[in-house]
Design a binder for this molecule. Structure first.
Ligand code: PLP
Length: 386
């Protein structure tokens, strides 16, 4: 089945499952226990920490395992706000962040923090001039994602950090969930204090992630209990999941360069084919530096959700820019922030190729989509206002 939704999640890699299995069976001990079974689990846990650290350019002690990217983002943002509330109450983030960052920020806003949501241009690149103007002595955190999950735009995080440090005493956080294994990503080169990662975007298991916390950076815990993970994320460690994350991160970074070239070719062929065969189609954010495997398209006169359903009927998995919440279709906040009209945002589709994708997946979309669009347009012709 053509699966073109690797930005949503990826299949677990065989090598990762192999690495995890012993920790679901014989090495089942609690890593906090002193006896042999515990020590074995602890060894697996710490080896995984070393692998993740090597993949992101940090020290192992700077890696805090979490229950995924969402939790890492929550820990970074709420943890920084709580720890630094004596210093100031202003946070800066961008208007195209994942909801894990946006909603954590809005949660703080309802509790009296001041949040600046930086605008982006039509290519989904964050406005650095607006960042310069927004920074002040009151700013305690600047959070800008490494790469956007909907359109794939790659943000200049090192430049964001430079501006933030020049103009404030803020900590710098980056949500690097979509970047790991796809673009060169070294937390020291990015000069981030905090960075979020997730295993399931790179062939690892779901429900496992990490927050990089630079040595000497202090944030408050959000989950309290047994004091695991440097007291920042209590709870008995998900050893098998973490071991899987370690192996997935190691492999993803090892293969990243070759994969990026291969995926960009697939993505470019898909885009070129669709642009040539469908009228009234545009690539959203196509001019920015982008993740190699992601494309986001808007098609005039059709609904993204209808396209998805009809693609699904042909066995093709993709994603739309609309979030279906309680029966209403909200157009993507990312596309709206880029200045895409609500109508075109409603007609958006995201295709993301990944490790298991090949030419046959692209061919399947190129064959199916023009016909689907034609059919939908003939059933329900809709005038698109621009
Ligand atoms: N941040 C970004 C940019 C993402 O794309 C995602 C996943 O959709 C997340 C955070 C959340 O990660 P997780 O699914 O591991 O909670």
């Amino acid at each position: 089945m053509p699966y073109l939704d690797h930005a949503a999640t990826t299949p677990l890699r065989d090598e990762v499952l192999e690495a995890m299995l012993p920790y679901l069976k014989e090495s089942f001990g609690n890593p906090a226990s002193v006896y042999a079974a515990g020590r074995q689990a602890k060894k697996g846990l710490e080896e995984a920490r070393e692998k993740v650290a090597a993949a992101i350019g940090s020290e192992p002690s700077e890696v805090i395992f979490t229950g995924g990217g969402t939790e890492a983002d929550n820990l970074a943002i709420k943890g920084a706000a709580e720890k630094l509330h004596d210093r100031g109450n202003h946070l800066i983030t961008s208007s195209i962040e994942h909801h894990a960052v946006l909603y954590s920020s809005e949660w703080l806003e309802r509790r009296g923090h001041r949040i600046t949501f930086l605008p982006v241009d039509s290519s989904a690149m964050v406005d650095l001039g607006a960042l310069e103007s927004a920074c002040s002595d009151e700013t305690i955190l600047v959070s800008v994602m490494a790469a956007n999950n909907e359109v794939g735009s790659i943000q200049p995080v090192a430049e964001v950090a430079r501006i933030a440090r020049e103009r404030s005493r803020a900590l710098v956080h980056t949500d690097a969930v979509q970047g790991l294994g796809k673009i060169p990503l070294d937390v020291k080169e990015l000069d981030a204090d905090l960075a979020s990662f997730s295993a399931h975007k790179i062939g690892g298991p779901k429900g496992v992630g990490a927050l990089y916390v630079r040595s000497g950076t202090h944030i408050a815990a959000s989950v309290h209990g047994g004091g695991q993970e440097r007291d920042l994320r209590s709870g008995t460690s998900n050893v098998a999941g973490i071991v899987g994350f370690g192996e997935a991160a190691r492999l993803a970074v090892l293969e990243a360069e070759d994969e990026a070239k291969r995926l960009a070719k697939l993505r470019d062929r898909l885009e070129a084919g669709l642009l040539a065969s469908i009228e009234g189609i545009v690539v959203n954010g196509g001019k920015s530096p982008r993740l190699p495997g992601t494309t986001n398209l808007s098609i005039e006169g059709v609904e993204g959700e209808s396209l998805l359903l009809m693609l699904d009927a042909k066995g093709i998995a993709a994603s739309s820019g609309s979030a279906c919440t309680s029966g209403s279709l909200d157009p993507s906040h990312v596309l709206l922030a880029m200045g895409v009209s609500p109508e075109m945002a409603h007609g958006s589709l995201r295709f993301s190729v990944g490790r298991t994708s090949g030419d046959e997946d692209v061919d399947a979309v190129l064959e199916a989509l023009p016909e689907i669009v034609g059919r939908l347009r003939s059933i329900a012709p809709r005038v698109v206002s621009r």
